[in-house]
Design a protein around this ligand. Structure first.
Ligand code: SAM
Length: 236
């Protein structure tokens, strides 16, 4: 099947910005204490629950992957952009980084004890979120844990011309309410256990949300109610 055009645009765009992104993006130690606490809580949960290793999906230059490894997690990074993976491998040569899409993970069923998607799912068109969350569900072991973090707000789609140091980019990104993301996770078979919203930082446009969820030990599969939210949003 041909690759969806949004993935091609994403790969090209992140390949273009990778070197500057790795420098510009705040390092984990520069994150606010609440965000660092959420990452620490998640790393501890996955480590002590012993369902399997952790994958940082859309790991970019690997700063968060390395932070989780420093917290004792057995973790690998996966990213669509070969240049991002190159940045990550160069900065953290002892860790494992793979080029791949979170929409079709290069992993067998139930291989993971945890999935982190840190500011990396907002480029997925909303109507494709049900399939994306189904893929996360497939790759997690029963009882496995998921942490999603990203910007949230009223339904909005943006198509910036430039990003991260003025490089041309051709991707879109989508802002959705946290409640919608939680409902879509639940519909994909996850149990959502926590939802933290942080108000926009000074001068910033959007709030941020962190959702914690797990795949139940006894899997009842996705909710197939045809009237439920399918993720559709107005286009860009
Ligand atoms: C804004 S960056 C975040 C990187 C990293 N998580 C961080 O917090 O620094 C988004 C990353 O997600 C990756 N990404 C987006 N969609 C992806 C997909 N379908 N599969 C794998 N990686 C993806 C991009 O290539 C990019 O590196």
């Amino acid at each position: 099947m041909p690759e969806p055009s949004y993935l091609t645009a994403l790969r090209e765009s992140y390949d273009t910005v990778a070197a500057d992104y790795a420098q510009i993006v705040p390092k984990p130690r520069e994150l606010d204490p609440v965000s660092r606490a959420m990452l620490a809580a998640f790393a501890e949960t996955v480590r002590t629950d012993e369902r399997g290793p952790l994958a940082d999906l859309g790991c970019g230059p690997g700063h968060i992957t390395a932070h989780l490894a420093g917290l004792g997690a057995s973790v690998q990074g996966i990213d669509l952009s070969p240049n991002m993976v190159e940045q990550a491998r160069r900065a953290y040569p002892t860790l494992s980084f793979t080029v791949g899409s979170m929409t079709a993970l290069p992993l067998p069923d139930a291989a993971l004890g945890g999935i982190l998607a840190y500011y990396s799912t907002h480029h997925t068109p909303p109507e494709s979120l049900p399939q994306l969350y189904a893929e996360f569900h497939r790759a997690l072991a029963p009882g496995g844990h998921l942490m999603l973090a990203g910007h949230v707000g009223e339904d909005e789609c943006r198509r910036p011309a430039q990003a991260y140091g003025g490089h041309p980019v051709s991707y879109e990104f989508h802002i959705l309410p946290a409640g919608r993301l939680a409902a879509l996770l639940q519909r994909a078979g996850f149990t959502v256990t926590a939802r933290l919203t942080q108000e926009p930082a000074e001068g910033a446009r959007w709030a941020s949300a962190t959702l914690l969820a797990h795949k139940p030990d006894t899997d009842t599969g996705p909710d197939t109610d045809p009237d439920a939210d399918q993720g559709r949003s107005p286009g860009c």
